[in-house]
Write a protein that binds this ligand. Sequence first.
Ligand SMILES: C[S@@+](CC[C@H](N)C(=O)[O-])C[C@H]1O[C@@H](n2cnc3c(N)ncnc32)[C@H](O)[C@@H]1O
Length: 265
Amino acid sequence: MHVAFHFESPGDFKRRFLSDSIAISIVTPMDNQLPNDAAPLSQLPETHMESIRILESAYLRHRDPIKQSGFSGGTDRWRTERFPLLDAVDGDGDFIDLGCANGHLLQSVLGWANERGINLTPYGIDLNPRLLQETMKRFPDKPDHFWVANAWGWLPPKRFRWVYAIWDLVPIEYLPHLARHLLQHAVDRNGALILGAYGSKSEDWPSVAIADVLREGGVPVSGVSQGGELPRGGPVTRFAWVRRSDWQPVEQHLPSPCDCCEQVK
Ligand SMILES: C[S@@+](CC[C@H](N)C(=O)[O-])C[C@H]1O[C@@H](n2cnc3c(N)ncnc32)[C@H](O)[C@@H]1O
């Protein structure tokens, strides 16, 4: 089956950690595509790692907290395009943002949840230490809730009810493996893994069809939501979530502790 990734050409795609006009576009070759049930590579490609490292100075050039999170569409669109991820969150608990940047999304999510009477406790990781420091400044009473870490292969010290990640933390062909790893090691029994994909309204770019990517990779999708509207029609952002209760680890993914942990150092 074919998954529509909405990229510019079949061989290349543009990676965008910055949705909308704070644009850094990195063209990544897809010749290292993984079959869905192949063992994951032990490390992320160096080109990908470099594309993450450069975000630190790109984000911290700005003082506006939204721009420091990689979004330049302003406060109204920030809410319109991000709020629908809350559709997955139906109760109190720990919420971790994998790739939390300066923590502004985390802070927003806590406030939005509160409007719905839901009480969330913030946690986060980011690969970039200076960005993580910005997050920690937002939550000065929770210094032990934040870690400099790579989501790929991360073995968390505890489980979290709600685990949020955007798809571009890893090359897209790694995403189903990342999802399985997080469901196995990070998501609590009564929780869910929530994945986000951001397009760009100003550039009229659709987001990745995240639910299709997961299903294609053998990961069941419990629910979806979307936010904003592109000039060409269709959503700007898409979210898909997998409830831990809907996910059955396939035996081949679970020799102890699990094959992705065996592979990912
Ligand atoms: C676009 S920002 C997202 C901020 C916020 N989570 C949001 O959704 O608005 C992406 C962040 O993810 C971090 N990041 C990217 N890949 C990562 C990885 N594999 N592990 C940990 N952090 C990563 C980057 O350093 C950057 O701060």
